[in-house]
Structures are given as structure tokens and as C-alpha cells.
Design a binder for this molecule. Structure first.
Ligand code: ATP
Length: 241
């Protein structure tokens, strides 16, 4: 189940700084998540979790530091590194007037997904949205829109999936099936990093637990998803993988 014996980093950030005016939100964060692992990022409201995730996704430019995705440098890859990331944030990035299927067809074209029809149907089924496929997004509940946002993010089979509080708005069954999806995701060698305020999710899903406090990564624990944990660094060393 766990792939805690680290391979090369699927995603890494070195010396990440982000300032908003005179407020430093990220103050030299080093982070690395090896291929095939699920990392869970904790931190109080305002700690900088969303800022870090958006920076790692290439959606926000750091004031200092570098991000690498599967060995590609975010700043120098001409968008190729960004294409290797799937992002589930607070905004769904869906088109409200299109149906679920139409949204996925749009994103499949954007990402050049080969044989999109099969992939779209299988993902709709996986996210338990097959019977809503022809419904317009604006008519779906918040939780259903969140599930479709996950479908959008995994459609192009990115190497790394970043999810910002993915459990928010999901019912218990949907949280459980998202957990299964992420376990399958990491078992196939892919990587996920998610933020949450739920310690249950951290315990159940994480190979690695990280905590962000006032813009610094203050703790990194190998959780191994079986409850055995051990602190291993005060600030993750990307080079160690
Ligand atoms: P939460 O748990 O509440 O979602 P978080 O850990 O995700 O919080 P961030 O959303 O990353 O925290 O915000 C970190 C800090 O940066 C906060 O003080 C926030 O007000 C500030 N901040 C975030 N985005 C901006 C922005 N675009 N402009 C100015 N300040 C910002």
C-alpha cells in the first residue's frame, strides 16, 4: 500500500518565498514528495498552505526559489511542468453552463488527451457522476461540483495531483471514495499532495505528514499510512527525495 521507501521526487520546491506587501507568507520552504507517495499538509488558517500549493502548481510565481515537477523546472519548461500537475482548489475551474461531460471534453482537448471518450466515461463512473453526465454544472450540488473538479484534475493523468482541502463539501461516502482513488493513484506510482484540517484524513491517507507554520515547514513525518510515524526533518530536504 505504502511507497514510503522514497524514489526520486515527483515534486519539489527549494527555498520558496512568497511575500504579499510587507507580509512574508512563505519564508524559504523546502519540500519534496517522492513518486508514489501521498503527502498531507497541515497548518492553521492563514499558515500559507494554499499559497504553497498554488506555487507548486505553477499558478503563483514565488518571489524566490524553484519548483521542479518530475525533473522539469517550473520556470524554464514553457508550461510542460505545469501540464504534469492536476490541481483541485477552492474554485472548481468548471464552466457552469456546460454539462459535466462537456466540461471534461473541453479539458481533454486542452490537454490533448488521447481517446478522450473512454477516459471521460471511466472517470465519470469513478467519481460517481455517470448519471449526472448530461447535467449542467450550475444545477449540481457543491459536493458534486467538487467531485467533477477532481475528475477534471485527473483527466490528463498528471504525475502530481495537488488538492486544497478536497474533503470540504463532500459527504462521508464521497470522502471514502476519494481516499480509495488516492490510494490507487499512489499505487500506480503517481503522487499527491493535499491540505486538510482533518487529522483523520491525515492518518488514513498520508505516507508523509507535513506541517506549515507561519510560512515555514516545521515538521515532516513519515506516516506510512499504518499509523507508524517518525519525525525525520525540521525542514524537508528535497535532495534526499
Ligand atoms: P486556510 O487554512 O484558511 O485556507 P492557508 O494556510 O491556506 O489558510 P493562505 O490562503 O495561503 O493560507 O494565506 C496565507 C496568508 O497570505 C494569509 O494571511 C492571507 O491573508 C495571505 N494572502 C493569501 N493570498 C493573498 C493575496 N492574493 N494577497 C494578499 N494576501 C494574501
Amino acid at each position: 500500500m505504502s511507497h514510503a521507501s522514497s524514489g526520486p521526487s515527483a515534486i519539489s520546491g527549494v527555498g520558496l518565498r512568497k511575500d504579499y506587501g510587507d507580509r512574508s507568507v512563505l519564508r524559504g520552504v523546502n519540500i519534496a514528495v517522492p513518486s508514489g507517495q501521498i503527502a498531507v499538509l497541515f497548518g492553521a488558517n492563514g499558515a500559507g498552505k494554499t499559497t504553497l500549493l498554488r506555487t507548486l502548481a505553477g499558478l503563483s510565481r514565488p518571489d524566490a526559489g524553484d519548483v521542479h515537477i518530475a525533473g522539469l523546472r517550473m520556470r524554464r519548461s514553457g508550461g510542460r511542468a505545469r501540464d504534469l500537475v492536476g490541481f483541485v482548489g477552492h474554485q472548481t475551474l468548471l464552466y457552469n453552463d456546460l454539462t459535466c461531460r462537456e466540461n471534461l471534453v473541453f479539458y481533454a482537448k486542452l490537454y490533448g488527451v488521447a481517446r478522450p471518450e473512454r477516459r471521460i466515461e471511466s472517470i465519470l463512473a469513478r467519481l460517481n457522476l455517470a448519471d449526472r453526465a448530461d447535467r449542467r454544472v450550475r444545477t449540481l450540488s457543491h459536493g458534486m461540483q467538487k467531485r467533477l473538479s477532481v475528475a477534471r484534475a485527473i483527466l490528463h493523468e498528471p504525475a502530481v495531483l495537488l488538492l486544497d482541502e478536497p474533503e470540504s463539501g463532500l459527504d462521508t461516502d464521497s470522502v471514502a471514495s476519494l481516499g480509495e482513488l488516492l490510494q490507487d493513484w499512489s499505487s500506480s506510482g503517481k503522487t499527491a499532495l493535499l491540505t486538510t484540517h482533518s487529522s483523520e484524513i491525515g492518518q488514513a491517507w498520508a505516507d508523509r505528514v507535513l506541517t506549515l507554520n507561519r510560512g515555514r515547514l516545521v515538521e515532516q513525518t513519515h506516516a506510512h499510512r499504518d499509523g507508524v510515524g517518525a519525525n525525520d526533518a525540521s525542514n524537508a530536504d528535497p535532495a534526499s527525495g
